[in-house]
Design a protein around this ligand. Sequence first.
Ligand SMILES: NC(=O)c1ccc[n+]([C@@H]2O[C@H](COP(=O)([O-])OP(=O)(O)OC[C@H]3O[C@@H](n4cnc5c(N)ncnc54)[C@H](OP(=O)(O)O)[C@@H]3O)[C@@H](O)[C@H]2O)c1
Length: 319
Amino acid sequence: MFLYVLFLVPLWFIYRWYKETKRVANKSQKYVLITGCDTGFGNLLARHLDKLGFCVTAACYTEKGEDELKKACSERLKTLHLDVTSQDSINKAVTFLTTVVGEKGLWAVVNNAGVSVPTAPCDWLTVEDYRGMLEVNLNGVIAVTLSVLPLIKKARGRVVNVASVCGRVSPFGGPYCVSKYGVESFNDSLRMNMAPFGVKVLCIEPGFFKTSVTDVSILKKNIKTLWDRLPQDVKDDYGSDYLHKVDLKFNDTFTKMLDGDLMKVVNCMEHAVSALHPRTRYSPGWDAKFFWLPMSYMPTFISDKFFLRDAVKPKISVL
Ligand SMILES: NC(=O)c1ccc[n+]([C@@H]2O[C@H](COP(=O)([O-])OP(=O)(O)OC[C@H]3O[C@@H](n4cnc5c(N)ncnc54)[C@H](OP(=O)(O)O)[C@@H]3O)[C@@H](O)[C@H]2O)c1
């Protein structure tokens, strides 16, 4: 029996590997919309899919982002301005897309745009801080998806949602993890609702990579700004050296966690867009595969103990 299993497991992996190498045909007839293409994963994905022959529409937040992409890519690639928090901006993008894709419909939308600040302990933040980030990371994903869904259904295409390992565990405070848990939930309900229409919904859950959202100087500046506006009693609870300890944590631990190989994520996104048999979920990054995901399956008392052991604690901590 043991030998039987030993033989079947590698055979299954070989079958899966073979199945996953197959790609869709007619890439030059397939239209893909990517949000947040100014920098990071979105920018690299736009260039990569353009090289592979897809008809990419790269939605950028800034004019600079559009100009740079146009210079670097083929004439097939189109750019447009898109602020995912503005329905007016989304409507304009859909009008443009409708004329571009015609009867073929939209093959894929990659919901990639996102922000990572403000991030701080929950009791430092206001509900407005939460609203601002949820507007981009969660409502932006929902608004863009619902607006392009008729075009996607026409093509029997795909929705690719960029969540995070922070949609599985919440190792720090603030709206980021809340937004990514929301993306996971939207992704899962949409996947089931769209299955009867032949539309696939795929989720990317990257670990920690070196991009603007993990830029330590931006994160440190953000936490300092939030600290400065705190009432004195909260500052007293946390202690005057709290910020310094957080800075050390960023320098000693966080920067070392970041993976510089962004293609690990981009290759998963490309697979989700172009594979004949895409995976339902992708976990790019060794940290995602071997730390964050296993941690998400642990009993809460174990994961809490682990995260709290390493966390910077307030001065009056009872732990
Ligand atoms: N890096 C990581 O470790 C990591 C891990 C897990 C998940 N993710 C997710 O991956 C996605 C891409 O992030 P990234 O790491 O590639 O960082 P990034 O380089 O900062 O990319 C995010 C992009 O979203 C754009 N954006 C911000 N607000 C927007 C808005 N309101 N409307 C449209 N676009 C907007 C940004 O434009 P500007 O640059 O002009 O602001 C930027 O181009 C995000 O959803 C992020 O949460 C990242």
